[in-house]
Design a protein around this ligand. Structure first.
Ligand code: TRP
Length: 446
């Protein structure tokens, strides 16, 4: 049987758990650094508000209406609305995107695991910025280490996935998410003492439009999709477990606010440390692993806080990783009648194998480039910048044009008629056109 959340609150927690993850704390800061700061942040926030929230509503709505995996949901809804069967592509491409993302997500989740241990044994006591940077470089140079941690992270993910909706997913999120939030606040508190807090804030929030290019706009938009888990069916499948009387609009707004707040806090914690230690904001995927240990190494109780922080980051990554593979796992179960455990093992092994490409892209394979990108960068580009936004456009178009207005109205139950029309305009016109323009612009066509 297809499961159901025990209440609206557990849905919010689970969806926030899926949304808040490495995307907020690891990826948002390093992309912000690589793209010059504030203008990137501004485009990101605008994309969350204007595209992210309406699209999240659309995705929950389709999921609750179809009540199945993204693939099956799109089949059912295409039949119901007499739309062409090729709309199922939304489900297929989303399911694939989830696996592709998880394959590298797991490698970074593995870094988090490794840093729990490094912090706990005091590697970073009194560490300088240079020391933390060197430690990270050294760490990713070894494929065996990364291989080990990637494997361990994948086993953890599959363990929860094998447990099912209520056994596995719900319990994991309840206490740990709020704790992570508090620790982030604490880190921001530390950053205030570095003397570079103002510089960090200015970097994040004083817009400098000269830094904005087509490519950086695309990556801000891609990051909005990535961070909110949109465009691939995660929210659709979580939405399919949502009780009928839950308000989709207010739930989406809460999730988007919480997700954005965590990302901004992470930025506010990290950039002052970057500037205080003369580190490079654009140093890439290692950014948080090169900065936060400096803070832990130099604050009172840093050993405990550092280990705790990476433990909580691990949990945040974990609640996201399970959501990435859930569409594929449930599809295997519902299509082939596999047991949940078998489905989890098969999909885990396949994703793990692909992850080996990412492991190697940080060391032996760092020089192997496709269109100028390493294997990891290529996977990330294809999924975040292409598959998620395109999936998002199709979801918006389907919800806006093909679903009967009575059924979207009935699902959304927005009382204010003006607000419903606003949503319609956003999913019918604004979201598809905006995504399209940003895509063309980054290709240099517009
Ligand atoms: N949003 C998560 C994060 O920020 C990652 C994630 C989970 C995701 N499910 C997703 C990204 C679906 C894209 C699509 O870490």
């Amino acid at each position: 049987m297809h499961g159901q959340w025990s209440s609206r609150w557990t849905f919010i927690l689970a969806a926030t758990g899926a949304a808040v993850g490495l995307g907020n704390i690891w990826k948002f800061p390093y992309l912000t650094g690589q793209n010059g700061g504030s203008a990137f942040v501004l485009v990101y926030v605008v994309c969350v508000a204007a595209l992210g929230i309406p699209l999240m509503m659309a995705e929950i709505l389709l999921g609750r209406r179809g009540r199945s995996t993204p693939i099956r949901t799109m089949q059912v809804l295409a039949e119901e609305t007499r739309a062409a069967q090729w709309w199922q592509i939304i489900g297929w491409s989303g399911t694939l995107a989830g696996m592709l993302i998880l394959s590298y997500y797991s490698v970074i989740g593995g870094w988090t695991l490794a840093y729990i241990f490094k912090s706990a044994v005091g590697t970073f006591s009194g560490a300088s910025g240079q020391f933390a940077a060197d430690t990270f470089e050294h760490f990713v140079e070894s494929p065996t280490g990364l291989f080990f941690w990637h494997t361990l992270f994948m086993i953890l993910t599959m363990g929860v996935v094998a447990g099912g909706v209520q056994g596995g997913l719900e319990k994991a999120v309840q206490i740990l998410m709020p704790t992570l939030f508090f620790l982030l606040l604490l880190m921001v508190g530390y950053s205030m003492t570095t003397g570079f807090f103002g510089k960090g804030l200015a970097f994040l929030f004083t817009p400098d439009f000269s830094k904005l290019s087509g490519a950086s706009m695309l990556s801000a938009m891609g990051q909005a999709f990535f961070s909110l888990s949109l465009g691939m069916g995660t929210i659709m499948i979580y939405g399919s477990y949502v009780p009928k009387d839950t308000s989709i609009a207010s739930t989406s707004i809460i999730i988007a606010l919480a997700d954005t707040l965590v990302a901004l806090l992470a930025g506010m914690a990290i950039f002052p440390i970057v500037f205080a230690n003369n580190l490079e904001p654009g140093s890439g995927p290692g950014l948080i692993f090169q900065t936060l240990p400096v803070a832990f190494g130099n604050m009172n109780g840093g050993l405990a806080f550092g280990s705790l922080f990476f433990i909580l980051l691990l949990v945040a990554a974990w609640t996201s990783s399970i959501s990435l593979i859930e569409p594929f796992v449930t599809w295997l179960i519902e299509t082939f009648g596999l047991s949940r455990v078998k489905a989890a093992v098969y999909s885990g092994v396949a994703t793990w194998l692909l992850g080996l490409g990412t492991v190697l892209s940080f060391n032996w394979g760092a020089k192997v480039k496709f269109f100028g990108l390493t294997f990891f960068e290529l996977l990330d580009y294809i999924t975040s910048n292409l598959m998620l936004p395109l999936g998002g456009i199709l979801i918006a178009l389907f919800a806006g044009w093909l679903m009967k207005v009575e059924s979207t109205k009935a699902e959304l139950r927005i009382m204010n008629p003006g607000a419903f029309v606003a949503w319609q305009v956003l999913v019918r016109y604004i979201a598809p056109i905006a995504v399209f323009i940003v895509l063309l612009n980054s290709l240099g066509i517009l």
